[in-house]
Design a binder for this molecule. Structure first.
Ligand SMILES: [Zn+2]
Length: 249
């Protein structure tokens, strides 16, 4: 609906709009992809470098090893080794995770503290990988005047000199890393994530347990994963139905 208006106003041709609509086999639906994926990857790489400089996340050590171990299992089982994945742990009291189109996955310390087992951690990692495989970052960028991300990155880099280092949440917000995906994209990432979990021998039912934990967290008034990853009854019910339909546990 309104999504095409800004582009039309900017003088982009109808041909470009049509040309940007691509069928995604994984999802079984068409996607509007206007953003140049190389540009998006370059921009997100700049955002990643900025996060590394300002937030000093853990790139090695026990927490990162744990995430990498879980991530590698998912990657191998789901045949995702054709792209590169990397992991970092950010200090934050907000349980959150994000992924960049380049395959960089960030997880916060409080999310790691929240998960009760590796299956739940696999839920988070699988979900984030699902976003990349489904090209949700490019789709989001295309539908919400995504060139803004580039501007934000440029401003972020320029504005970083000599300034106080912001919190993880502030920096991530600055780069649009925690912008919400559509509900449809979230449910798609949920399903892809449990597909990967099941292939890798993790228990898909723990995905439901994880999202219940996140929902509790939200009720307790904590800042959330939930701002980007709405953990509500609908999502939990959809996941339960999907897992039941597959005959998984
Ligand atoms: Zn998500």
């Amino acid at each position: 609906m309104t999504r095409t208006a800004p582009f039309a106003a900017a003088g982009l041709s109808l041909t470009l709009l049509l040309g940007g609509c691509a069928y995604n086999d994984t999802l079984g639906r068409n996607q509007l992809i206007l953003a140049d994926s190389t540009g998006l990857e370059q921009q997100s790489e700049a955002a990643w470098q900025q996060l590394l400089r300002t937030q000093n996340p853990a790139l090695t050590g026990a927490s990162v090893d744990r995430i990498r171990r879980v991530g590698n299992r998912l990657v191998e089982a789901a045949g995702l080794s054709n792209r590169s994945w990397d992991y970092a742990v950010f200090n934050s009291e907000s349980p959150n995770a994000f992924v960049l189109p380049s395959g960089k996955i960030g997880v916060t310390t409080s999310l790691l503290a929240l998960v009760q087992n590796d299956d739940q951690l696999a839920t988070v990692i699988g979900h984030e990988m699902g976003h990349v495989v489904a090209r949700h970052p490019a789709e989001r960028a295309s539908s919400t005047a995504l060139t803004n991300l580039g501007l934000q990155v440029a401003q972020g880099v320029a504005g970083s000199r000599g300034q106080t280092v912001g919190s993880f949440g502030a920096i991530a917000a600055q780069y649009g890393l925690l912008l919400p995906y559509s509900r449809r994209a979230e449910l798609e990432a949920d399903r892809l994530g449990v597909d990967y979990m099941n292939s890798a021998g993790f228990r898909p039912s723990q995905a439901v347990a994880l999202w219940r934990l996140m929902a509790q967290q939200r009720q307790s008034g904590q800042p959330e994963f939930a701002s980007t990853h709405p953990s509500d009854a609908t999502r939990i019910a959809a996941l339960e139905a999907y897992i039941r339909e597959r005959g998984w546990s």
